[in-house]
Design a protein around this ligand. Sequence first.
Ligand SMILES: C[S@@+](CC[C@H](N)C(=O)[O-])C[C@H]1O[C@@H](n2cnc3c(N)ncnc32)[C@H](O)[C@@H]1O
Length: 204
Amino acid sequence: MSKSFLEDIYDRDNVPDVTALYDEWAATYEAEILENGYATPRRCAEALARVAPDLSQPVLDFGCGTGLSGIALRLAGFETLDGRDLSAEMLAKARSKGIYRDLKHVSAETGTDGIKERYSLIAAIGVIGVGAGPPSLVQGLLKALPKGGLLVFSYNDHVIQDGDYAEARDAALNSGLAIERLREFGPHLPGQGLNSDVYVYEKT
Ligand SMILES: C[S@@+](CC[C@H](N)C(=O)[O-])C[C@H]1O[C@@H](n2cnc3c(N)ncnc32)[C@H](O)[C@@H]1O
């Protein structure tokens, strides 16, 4: 039986080297997460499609992983996708799906380089949270959008309850950086009894 990564990924006291974690998980990520009914990509993609004025605009799938979020975005009607990720192994899986116009391997420090006002739609699906990207990504990605641009992102139950992540999300609204266009609570990984919030924020 292959190793289960979901068992320890959310341990706040043992935060992993995220790049190494996803490089190691890439081979079995889809099997493990789909077995648990991973619902957040579809929910995020459909939420963004409801709010976005033009589905032909390119979407940056930030933290695209193996491309499950890209598949959901395509199924929701988005035509052009670019992806970025920390993990070369996850990106290789995404590349093999043939659904991205462009894929870029980034580091935690360079992730948002070169995207300022380049995309009016950004998705960070299952990306911001314990065991993945830092709270600062909420504001970092919003700041990269042009005025009126949309960011869809998700927080799973662990992230919703984490003070640092909750504060980063709320500060984006309280500081006037963005307004909330949609927020919906629903299933994340039903096989693990986990739910998530999906948010669509508009840059002001
Ligand atoms: C749980 S996976 C989600 C992947 C994909 N979006 C999906 O829904 O299946 C989280 C992904 O975010 C990437 N990631 C984490 N922190 C990141 C960062 N700071 N910049 C870019 N990618 C990051 C990881 O490498 C991993 O592939």
